[in-house]
Design a protein around this ligand. Structure first.
Ligand code: SF4
Length: 152
């Protein structure tokens, strides 16, 4: 990351709750251990019950990550008619969107996100410090890697 990133003056974004980022066939929705526990409690399930009902293990390079499963139309299993059914408890990956490392590599990457997200470019002006706090939080809360151990 350069010393003065392209977002030094901040970036505008406010979620429009369109749900488009929950309907992407392009990627998985990976969970940290804290995400799994929080979602399980929100749905009044044990961690194991939540895992069995809503999660799958996905091979990612050398890791085995826990992801929310997708429905037949490639939506997140927790997306309902009115949007996210667990919005207050949604995973960190969702909370941090669109301030992901891959989106912040350079202005071109950010423009690509803007092209698919109606919330980018308007609404709240997020400062450089706030944006980088999302990156920091994700570093501090690693994704689950079940490795050889199977279920978390
Ligand atoms: S958990 Fe909620 S916000 Fe995250 S992808 Fe699923 S429906 Fe969308």
């Amino acid at each position: 990351m350069p010393d003065t990133p392209f977002y030094a003056a901040g970036l505008r974004f406010s979620c429009t709750r369109c749900g488009d980022c929950c309907r992407r066939p392009s990627g998985h929705l990976f969970l940290s251990a804290a995400d799994l526990r929080r979602l399980a409690r929100a749905l009044r399930l044990s961690d194991e019950e939540f895992f069995l009902a809503y999660c799958e293990v996905v091979d990612v390079e050398l890791a085995q990550r826990v992801s929310l499963v997708a429905t037949e139309d490639d939506s997140c299993v927790l997306l309902g008619d009115q949007g996210c059914t667990v919005y207050e408890h949604r995973p960190l990956q969702c909370r941090a969107y669109p301030f992901w490392g891959t989106s912040l590599v350079d202005a071109k990457a950010w423009d690509a996100v803007a092209a698919s997200c109606p919330g980018v470019g308007g609404g709240w002006l997020w400062s450089k410090e706030c944006i980088e706090q999302w990156l920091h939080r994700r570093e501090q809360e690693p994704l689950l890697d079940v490795g050889e151990h199977g279920e978390p």
